[in-house]
Design a protein around this ligand. Structure first.
Ligand SMILES: [Fe+2]
Length: 401
């Protein structure tokens, strides 16, 4: 049906008929549209158009056409898309701000009670060891730890302070170690292992590569020296025996696997050496997988960091991506290994300079209260003593890979 607006209302002889005004289609912006609607034979719409065109101004027709355009499926879909996209963009900005400004600094204290006693051991024959575990500081030039965190660590009066590596991102962070970590206290000492970021310097491109090819290497000797100056002893495939009250603790620190510093045969020998003592055995590593290489028993636990708890945890996505990216299937908390060992992965304190954000993965101050068999035959005044069995003396002098 075609529209003839010049005779749209009909015209009888001798009866003057008010002619419909020619609609000014230029108001619609697209005169062709009008014709297309008419071609569809939309009678109802046509009638409405006639009424409007008869009694109303041309602007009325334009309004009616605008409403029809607005209600078209394409426009509705477009508007939904725009609204959804706008909401998503605002949400992303809010999450970004939260992750960078708030959650990244919002550390959380977690408590773990670990029973390392022999089966059937009574409480009377056991002692307690409190351990504070921190990791992944990623200190940069001039960095400091949150004073509240330092105060809390010291208030916990831990027997041992264990630090699971990634102190720095690059050599510029070494000078910050003293001021940042020097205020931390523990009754029987602070011990550390090094992480991949302590050895290797990464660039932006490395974030998207799986081969851990570094942009450069850091000055590890200077870092170990700086940590030593504030009383933190770095263990690289080495073990120490530490006396904590009535309990002897055997602590083994691993070299970092990703940096090629892990000497597993040597570490295993050190671990077996710990079988001679009564008390808990702790394997400290930067990343968790090597911790599963040691024969588990009731008194052995593994402690690690490295994953930052996933750092940006988007449900159903980030864990999958991180596991694929880092080849890790355990990102936080406890896990019983395939061999029955207990391994805890700490979420760490900091972030790398390349991705300074945390979402749904708060920094963590982990506290472990170990209950372990006491060893009353040893002097309680002994703080700690290195293991120096003849069989391992030669290995001690061997360079670490
Ligand atoms: Fe890290």
């Amino acid at each position: 049906m075609a529209i003839d607006s010049s005779s749209g209302c009909g015209e009888r002889k001798g009866v003057p008929v008010r002619r419909a005004r020619q609609p000014n289609l230029s108001h619609c912006g697209d005169p062709g549209r009008f014709g297309r609607v008419a071609d569809r034979g939309d009678r109802g719409r046509l009638q409405m158009t006639r009424v409007i065109s008869t009694v109303g101004p041309a602007a009325g027709l334009a309004d009616e056409m605008s409403m029809m355009d607005i209600l078209s499926p394409m426009n509705i879909a477009l508007e939904i898309l725009l609204v959804t996209g706008g909401a998503a963009a605002i949400g992303a900005v809010l999450i970004l701000g939260w992750g960078v400004l708030v959650e990244r600094h919002w550390w959380q204290e977690t408590r773990q009670r670990v029973d390392c006693r022999s089966p059937g051991q009574s409480t009377a024959g056991s002692g307690r060891v409190r351990i504070v575990l921190l990791s992944d500081f990623h200190l940069q030039r001039g960095a400091r730890l949150d004073p509240a965190l330092v105060a809390r660590v010291n208030a916990l009066q831990a027997d041992l302070l264990l630090l699971a590596g990634d102190f720095i991102d690059d050599d510029r962070g070494i000078a910050a170690c003293g001021a940042a970590l020097g205020g931390l206290r523990a009754r029987c000492g602070a011990f550390a292992v090094l992480g991949n970021h302590d050895h290797l310097r990464y660039g932006v491109r490395d974030m998207f590569r799986n081969d851990h090819t570094p942009a450069g290497r850091n000055n590890v000797a200077a870092l170990v020296r700086a940590l030593g100056e504030v009383g933190i002893r770095v263990l690289v495939n080495e073990s120490v025996r530490i006396r904590v009250g009535a309990v002897s603790v055997h602590l083994l620190g691993l070299g970092d696997q990703l940096a090629g510093a892990l000497d597993l045969p040597r570490a295993r020998a050190r671990f077996r050496n710990g079988a001679r003592i009564v008390g808990p055995r702790i394997v400290l590593g930067h990343s968790a997988p090597p911790l599963e290489e040691f024969e588990p028993d009731h008194r052995t636990i593994g402690l690690a960091g490295h994953t930052h708890g996933g750092q940006i945890r988007i449900p159903r996505f980030s864990d999958w991506w991180l596991k694929r990216r880092l080849q890790l299937d355990h990102l936080r908390g406890w896990r019983e290994s395939a061999h029955g060992g207990r391994v805890y992965v700490n979420r760490g304190i900091g972030t790398s300079r390349l991705l300074p954000i945390r979402v749904n993965a708060r920094p963590e101050l982990a506290v472990f209260d170990l209950v372990a068999d006491a060893c009353p035959s040893r002097s309680r005044s002994e703080a700690w003593a290195e293991e120096r069995s003849p069989a391992l003396a030669a290995e001690d002098s061997a360079p670490v890979a």
